[in-house]
Design a protein around this ligand. Structure first.
Ligand code: FES
Length: 356
C-alpha cells in the first residue's frame, strides 16, 4: 500500500521530560486498517511551519495491541519541527500524519520462546518501548533485556512506563540504565553505550543467555559500536537489527552505489494510486521523485536522503540506479525496489510503481 497522509486529530500531548513530548493521534474507525502497524515502525508528520512544508518521521512508542498511535518528539537545537511540536501542539489540533512505514519492525508469535536484547539511547527508546511491550504482551514465554543510555535521571524518557512494565511482567524484563553524567553507584552503569560499554554489559548481563534478536536505536556511532560488539561476542549478524534516522556521516550500513553507467535518455512512467505520470529524464539529472513531484504527482516521501524508505517504489520495466541506499534490504533491491528520491533511470524506458 502506498503510504498516504491523512489529517488526524491530536488526542493528547504529554510532557515526558524537560525537552520531550509524546503525541497521540485519533485514528477514525474507517482508517484503522490503513494505520495498522508493527512495533518498530514510524509515522511521518507534516506541518506548515512559517510557510514551509516540514516533514519528520518519528517511531511509534505505542504497541499495536494498545490500539494507540503515539510518538515522542525530543526537542533538538534549532530543530524546526521538534520546537514546534514541543511548544505549539495541543490536544484537539489537527495534523497531517502519514500511514505507518519502515522496515525496522518485529512480528511477534505467541508460541515463541525467545530472548530479546534492546539497546536505546535518548529518544531511541521510542521503537524499543513499542517492541518491549509487544514482546511482553504477545509472547508469554519470551523475555526482554533493555539497556537504556541517557545523560541523567531527568532525561530518561518513559521512565515511569518502563518501571510499570517491570512490575507488570515481573521476571520477564530486565532494565539496565546507563547514565553518562550521574552515578547509579557502580561503574558498569556509568558512561555512554558504545562498543566498549557493550562488551562490559554483555559480560555482566548476557553471557549466559542465548540471544534471539538484538534491536538498536540511537545515534549512528552508538549503533555501530553495539552492533560490532554483539557480533564479536558471537551473535549472528542476521539477528542484529537497527534503525538509522539520519544519513550516516561515513559509509557504514550501505555504501554509495555505482552510478558510472553511460548517460541514458529515458521515458519514465510513474504509477501512483492507479494514475500514470510520464516524464523524460536522463540518468545523470534529477531524481525520479523530484521530477514526478514537479509534474504534479502527490508522492510519499519524508527524508529525501535515502534513509526512511517512505519513497519506495517498484520497477516494473527497465532499470535504475540509486545514489545512496540506507533503507532497502538487499532482497528488496533484488526484487526491483528503489528509493525514488535517490533513483535515476538507466534504461530507455522505465516504469516504476508506488502501488506494488
Ligand atoms: S524520502 Fe526517505 S528514503 Fe526517499
Amino acid at each position: 500500500m502506498t503510504p498516504k497522509f491523512h489529517t488526524l486529530k491530536i488526542n493528547d500531548v504529554k510532557k515526558e521530560t524537560e525537552d520531550t513530548v509524546s503525541i497521540s493521534f485519533e485514528v477514525p474507525k474507517e482508517l484503522k486498517d490503513d494505520y495498522a502497524f508493527e512495533s518498530g515502525q514510524y509515522l511521518t508528520l507534516k506541518a506548515d511551519i512559517n510557510g514551509e512544508d516540514v516533514r519528520r518521521s518519528y517511531s511509534l512508542c505505542s504497541s499495536p495491541f494498545e490500539n494507540e498511535w503515539r510518538v515522542a518528539v525530543k526537542q533538538v537545537e534549532n530543530g524546526k519541527f521538534s520546537t514546534y511540536a514541543n511548544h505549539e501542539l495541543k490536544s484537539g489540533m489537527e495534523m497531517d500524519v502519514m500511514t505507518p512505514s519502515g522496515n525496522f519492525k518485529i512480528s511477534t508469535e505467541a508460541s515463541n520462546i525467545k530472548s530479546y536484547v534492546l539497546f536505546a539511547a535518548g529518544s531511541g527508546i521510542t521503537p524499543m518501548l513499542s517492541i518491549a511491550k509487544s514482546v511482553l504482551n504477545d509472547e508469554p514465554n519470551s523475555d526482554v533485556t533493555l539497556f537504556y543510555g541517557n545523560k541523567g535521571f531527568g532525561s530518561i524518557i518513559f521512565r515511569e512506563e518502563i518501571e510499570a512494565l517491570k512490575n507488570q511482567y515481573m521476571g520477564r524484563i530486565r532494565v539496565v540504565h546507563v547514565l553518562s553524567r550521574e552515578s547509579l553507584g557502580n561503574q558498569i552503569q556509568k558512561g555512554r553505550i558504545d562498543g566498549e560499554k557493550t562488551n562490559e554489559l554483555f559480560d555482566a548481563f548476557l553471557r549466559n543467555i542465548t540471544i534471539d534478536g538484538v534491536y538498536i536505536c540511537g545515534p549512528e556511532s552508538m549503533i555501530m559500536g553495539v552492533k560490532d560488539s554483539m557480533i564479536s561476542k558471537g551473535v549472528d549478524s542476521s539477528k542484529v537489527h537497527y534503525e538509522l534516522f539520519t544519513a550516516p556521516s561515513s559509509g557504514s550500513k550501505k555504501i554509495k552505489l555505482p552510478t558510472n553507467s553511460p548517460k541514458v535518455e529515458s521515458n519514465v512512467t510513474v504509477i501512483v494510486d492507479g494514475d500514470e505520470i510520464e516524464l523524460n529524464l536522463d540518468s545523470t539529472g534529477e531524481n525520479i521523485l523530484d521530477a514526478a513531484q514537479k509534474a504534479g504527482g502527490d508522492l510519499p516521501f519524508a527524508c529525501k536522503g535515502g534513509v526512511c524508505c517512505t519513497c519506495k517504489a517498484k520497477i516494473l520495466e527497465g532499470s535504475a540506479n540509486m545514489d545512496v541506499n540506507y533503507a532497502l534490504e538487499t532482497d528488496e533491491v533484488e526484487a526491483g525496489y528503489i528509493l525514488t528520491c535517490q533513483a535515476h533511470p538507466t534504461s530507455d524506458k522505465l516504469v516504476v510503481s508506488f502501488d506494488d
